[in-house]
Design a protein around this ligand. Structure first.
Ligand code: SF4
Ligand code: SF4
Length: 403
């Protein structure tokens, strides 16, 4: 684990522990802090210790500059934005570290910074093949183990808390939102497709998902060991990076189309094209947590007119007439809850209307996304075992390395 990964991880986990403390869950906070101490002791890793100290300093700075945010004592939308920006910033730093590492390898130099393994999160197909290898052959990949871990983690968020990953963590969703806002500065109107077109467009992401599943399921199990030990897999991340950094004409046209869709319609990319959004949408039907409306507390039951929740929803879900929002497009963003004037009327809740707060949802997402990688790392299933020398050698002939 690199220093940036350690700082990010410990910052998220310590922030989570401090949130438990501020929320009055003192036992939970102590249990979380003790678990982290145990992790530190087990690993005996100077990098994790340095990451912890830096994270403590970062939290102290946050407490000094933004005490309300440090205590999680802010509005739902601010808390969600802070969570999204934290993850986006962490990934940006990781991207810089990864770029330095790759450029030095390409130049034939020993990298001054290690490759952050979390970049394997951008290899979902490799991750799915690894999962297939584990399930069908009991074979654990040593080249990009974090790919399978991160894929499992994202899918787990879908099962437990709907598409909260999309609403609270995904940096691409955040970038799409910024693009949409930028477009709105110049063109004020909402450019919504007609209803008859919206549904087929939404199905596009499921088609893409089906294509990816076909690729993985269609791969014979006996071919998996060869793939995992092959040269292509060893530099699959570099291949992916090269694909984005040196796009051809068709790729550029695809990027332009994606940016156009993201700016044209709010959450356009998530709604129409993202295969992760598709699989999380499907898994979200399993989630016990859903947006639930308590009709007796809702203003509509008092004969008043209100549709604030519906108007706040970026996914255009009609919330104010539903008792439970089951839609695969619901990202658990809780904007509807934030907009509701009656506190008890709407919540992200378990069956029986046992609502969880925005802070608890954020804690859940952070715990899944950061605590599980820590456990994977402690178990030795996070760091790639491919030596830099091998990657350096393969990088010199990357154009000739194929499947
Ligand atoms: S229903 Fe509520 S939580 Fe779901 S996407 Fe709409 S605003 Fe967000
Ligand atoms: S915003 Fe709240 S009070 Fe208004 S319709 Fe929605 S749930 Fe009911």
């Amino acid at each position: 684990m690199t220093i940036t990964e350690s700082v990010t991880l410990m910052l998220a986990l310590l922030y989570g522990a401090s949130q438990l403390w501020w929320a009055g869950k003192r036992y939970g906070a102590v249990a979380a802090a003790v678990s982290l101490l145990i992790a530190l002791a087990i690993s005996a890793s100077p990098v994790l210790l340095a990451g912890t100290l830096l994270a403590i300093a970062g939290l102290a700075l946050l407490q000094w500059r933004k005490p309300a945010l440090a205590k999680g004592d802010v509005r739902i939308n601010e808390l969600r934005a802070a969570c999204q920006h934290f993850i986006a910033l962490a990934l940006l730093i990781v991207a810089v570290q990864y770029t330095i590492n790759s450029l030095m390898l390409k130049a034939g130099m020993t990298p001054v910074v290690s490759r952050p393994n979390v970049v394997d999160a951008f290899l979902p197909i490799a991750g799915a093949i690894e999962v297939k290898g584990i399930v069908s052959l009991g074979l654990w990949d040593q080249t990009h183990p974090a790919a399978a871990i991160m894929l499992g983690i994202v899918l787990l968020t879908g099962i437990l808390c709907k598409r909260a990953f999309c609403g609270w963590a995904c940096p691409i969703g955040l970038a799409g939102e910024q693009l949409y806002r930028l477009r709105k500065r110049f063109v004020k109107e909402e450019l919504m497709p007609p209803r008859w077109l919206d549904w087929p467009l939404r199905m596009l992401k499921y088609l893409l998902l089906a294509a990816f599943i076909y690729l993985v399921v269609g791969m014979p199990a006996m071919g998996i060991p060869n793939y995992l030990q092959g040269s292509y897999h060893k530099i699959a991340d570099l291949k992916m990076a090269l694909f984005f950094l040196t796009p051809g004409l068709i790729t550029l046209c695809c990027f332009a189309l994606i940016m156009m869709i993201a700016s044209w319609r709010r959450q356009g990319f998530c709604r129409y094209l993202c295969p992760y959004g598709a699989i999380l949408g499907l898994l979200s039907f399993l989630s016990p947590l859903k947006i639930r409306r308590n009709h007796s507390a809702c203003l509509l039951s008092k004969g008043m007119k209100c549709d604030k929740c519906t108007r706040a929803c970026p996914a255009n879900i009609i919330v104010h007439t539903k008792t439970t929002v089951r839609s695969d497009e619901c990202q658990a963003c809780m904007r509807c809850v934030a907009a509701c004037p009656k506190k008890e009327a709407l919540g992200f809740a378990l069956p029986g209307n046992h609502a969880v707060s925005a802070r608890s949802l954020m804690l859940g997402v952070l715990t899944i996304m950061f605590f599980l990688p820590l456990i994977a790392w402690l178990l030795g299933y996070w760091d790639s075992q491919t030596p830099d020398a091998v990657r350096m050698q393969l990088l010199q002939m990357i154009d000739h390395v194929g499947h």
